[in-house]
Design a protein around this ligand. Structure first.
Ligand SMILES: NC(=O)c1ccc[n+]([C@@H]2O[C@H](COP(=O)([O-])OP(=O)(O)OC[C@H]3O[C@@H](n4cnc5c(N)ncnc54)[C@H](OP(=O)(O)O)[C@@H]3O)[C@@H](O)[C@H]2O)c1
Length: 283
């Protein structure tokens, strides 16, 4: 099997590359400036023949998307569509990564793949438009919705908390009323490779197997690196961020679990593995 990882320099893309190599899969990585998924005319000529294109490229700056709508839609919707077109014409399969931000978080329970979508932010709307564009194009695809990623090779919540607690003793203020399942990118990468090996198709929710608030997550991070550092719980509203996030956007993984017979580890296990990989204690 041969896989092309688009966006391989990003947080998730990097780990998908590594996971493919560990599985003995022939893998190629492409990213800007070598490839631009918004460049419809040039795209096909740049893409080598593979079995799967794993699209990890995206506009991921959620708050900036509120003022950079065109760029977010160009990458997250048109870029995804362009890859779907190439994949269909060349008889390749596409794995697209999507997000819990396609939901409004008001269901009060974990979301299934069949649940009604209603994005609250431009980022969420652009990712949802990408899903729809891929579906409309036809061809062979799998869309993996995930959430709250943290990994060694990108900006994320864990890194931000570690940096802030190291830089100063000032208490941290962390959101307590938003609930998600923080997912370690290595665990997600393994799941993605598993799905590609199985030639799986359709829409699947894939996240860590349990959930918490950002406050609870921060407490666990701080317990690992600087026990006793004070954390003050705050509401999401207090942060006044430009983009509205869903308050409770847990994704029900049952479909993924019954298809693969696999359950992703918990966020606590993900965090443990992250710290071992990162080796914070020796720095
Ligand atoms: N991070 C999360 O918490 C989270 C949660 C749910 C879902 N997701 C989804 O998971 C996927 C991976 O996220 P991530 O956090 O790993 O993203 P990331 O770290 O921001 O990486 C995205 C990569 O895509 C590249 N890229 C941007 N525009 C491109 C273009 N036009 N053509 C080719 N490459 C382009 C970026 O390059 P530059 O850096 O040069 O722009 C970067 O290397 C995305 O689909 C995202 O929507 C992420």
């Amino acid at each position: 099997m041969k896989i092309l990882v688009v966006g391989y320099k990003g947080m998730l893309g990097h780990d998908v590359m590594e996971c493919c190599r560990l599985n003995g899969i022939d893998v190629i990585g492409m990213d800007l400036p070598e490839i631009d998924i918004t460049d419809e005319a040039a795209l096909s000529a740049r893409i080598p023949s593979v079995d799967w294109i794993a699209n990890c490229a995206a506009f991921t700056r959620v708050d900036d998307a509120e003022t950079e709508r065109d760029a977010a839609f160009a990458i997250n919707c048109e870029g995804a569509r362009n890859l779907a077109v190439v994949a269909r014409h060349r008889d390749m399969r596409l794995l697209q990564v999507s997000t819990d931000y396609v939901f409004d978080g008001r269901a009060g329970r974990a979301y299934q793949e069949t649940d009604r979508v209603n994005a609250l932010s431009i980022y969420g709307a652009s990712k949802l438009a990408g899903e729809k564009a891929i579906r409309a194009e036809g061809g062979h695809y799998v869309i993996v919705r995930t959430q709250s990623l943290f990994g060694k090779h990108g900006h994320n919540f864990v890194k931000a908390i570690v940096r802030k607690t190291r830089e100063s003793d000032t208490p941290l203020r962390v959101v307590e009323d938003q609930i998600s399942a923080p997912t370690y990118t290595r665990h997600l990468a393994e799941a993605m490779v598993r799905l590609m090996k199985m030639n799986q198709e359709g829409l699947l929710h894939v996240t860590a197997s349990d959930s918490c608030s950002w406050y609870e997550f921060a407490r666990q991070i701080v317990a690992e690196i600087k026990p006793g550092h004070e954390i003050i719980p705050i509401s999401a509203a207090e942060l006044k961020l430009p983009a509205t996030r869903p308050m409770f956007s847990i994704l029900n993984n049952q479909r993924y679990q019954s298809i693969t017979g696999h359950v992703l580890p918990s966020w606590r296990h993900g965090l443990e593995a992250y710290f071992q990989e990162e080796d914070y204690f020796t720095k």
